[in-house]
Design a protein around this ligand. Structure first.
Ligand SMILES: [Zn+2]
Length: 94
């Protein structure tokens, strides 16, 4: 009697009967049997480590990559200088 139980299995197989019954169960049943909560994902930019300016816009390098909070702390001076120049219409020099 070694087989994979399925709803299409033999009528007299208890495992197959269970499978066919499970198909008709409401959704919250399967969610209860699922293993706990989904993996935690970063919910905001701070948790993802992306630096943002005072308007909440991600700080973007000239090559359009996002600047992490760590990088921003390390390169704050040059980033601020480039942003100031950009606001004055001067292209970044780096
Ligand atoms: Zn079976």
């Amino acid at each position: 009697m070694d087989h994979v139980h399925s709803a299409d299995g033999p009528e007299d197989c208890y495992g197959c009967r269970l499978k066919s019954l499970a198909i008709g169960l409401p959704k919250d049943f399967s969610s209860r049997t699922r293993s706990k909560a989904p993996p935690r994902t970063p919910r905001n930019s701070w948790e993802k480590g992306i630096a943002r300016d005072e308007r909440g816009m991600p700080i973007i390098r000239p090559d359009l990559s996002e600047v992490s909070v760590k990088q921003y702390a390390q390169e704050r001076h040059s980033i601020e200088e480039n942003r100031r120049r950009a606001q004055q219409g001067i292209l970044p020099t780096s």
